[in-house]
Design a protein around this ligand. Sequence first.
Ligand code: PHE
Length: 340
Amino acid sequence: MALADFLQELDELAAAAQAAFEGAKDAAEVEAARIAFLGAKSGKLKAAQKGLGSVDKADRRTAGMRFNEVKQLVEAAFKSAEERIAGGGGGTTQSAEIFDPTLPGKQPRIGKLHPITQTIEELKDIMGRLGFSVADGPEIEDELHNFESLNIPADHPARDPLENFYLATAAKSQGGPLLLRSQTSTVQIRVMEQTPPPIRIISLGRVYRPDTADATHYPMFHQMEGLLVDTKVTMADLKSVLRLFATSYLGHDVHIRFRPSFFPFTEPSVEADMSWNDNWIEFGGAGMVDPHVLSAVGYDLEEVTGFAFGLGVERLCMRRHGITDIREFYKNDVRFLHQF
Ligand code: PHE
């Protein structure tokens, strides 16, 4: 056989083998290609090897060298096909082996504080700069602190068992039946019982009301309570504090509007609105601490006056971030939580 013919035969064999191994889709196809090209009895390489004997003697060395090259190439194609199938990857052998240092790395997931916790920290920070320190109270409260001392009489609709989470336990405290607190105003009483005026505190925490969950209600939410008691405290101080607070939190000049309202423990009482993006939005309840409340904790009405306010923390956080459904906070979906 002429050398040129033999070499051409080898080239065709190499190309066919490469195509067969690269195209093999599973282990059976790889094995079929192995038998066809590398089979010890009737494999195509074996046949080519036999053909080598018929090449002119003078050319046999060149032909032999090329034969060995092709044999190695076919064996390598078989090997990488085997690896590719074993690796389960669908791509070509090459792409599995190439390391591309320009691709972005895999970021480790680092935990974050819940958006409500972040908001609470920020509110503490802002109010701290206005001279308010943080006070805490229990989430399981008695009727004395949740209602009575706040001037909420027994027949007041806010005390309806259907409006509260009373605990189904025989345990009663000195302060009467126990319930999950429905407002953080309880902490006003707890602080004033323990501390003589002047008082300047905030209290942030969970409150509970049996509301059906929807976009704006949830049976548990957070409030920030504020209480300031001192000599000569007026509504103007209340408005200034709320305005400074809202401006700090939302980051630009916010206006505060008072609408007349009623709370048993403040007199006068107001609903505070703030203007934001040209809308008046409800912000929370507030007012001057009712004299009944001050005298019940033994404060001298001739000496001191005070103001109090209660704001919804979720609502503030939702405003800031454009969140439209309060339930998102408590689904624990990390795709949501990770954005804050
Ligand atoms: N505790 C009231 C509420 O939950 C809000 C409030 C707090 C109103 C303090 C006046 C003063 O609705």
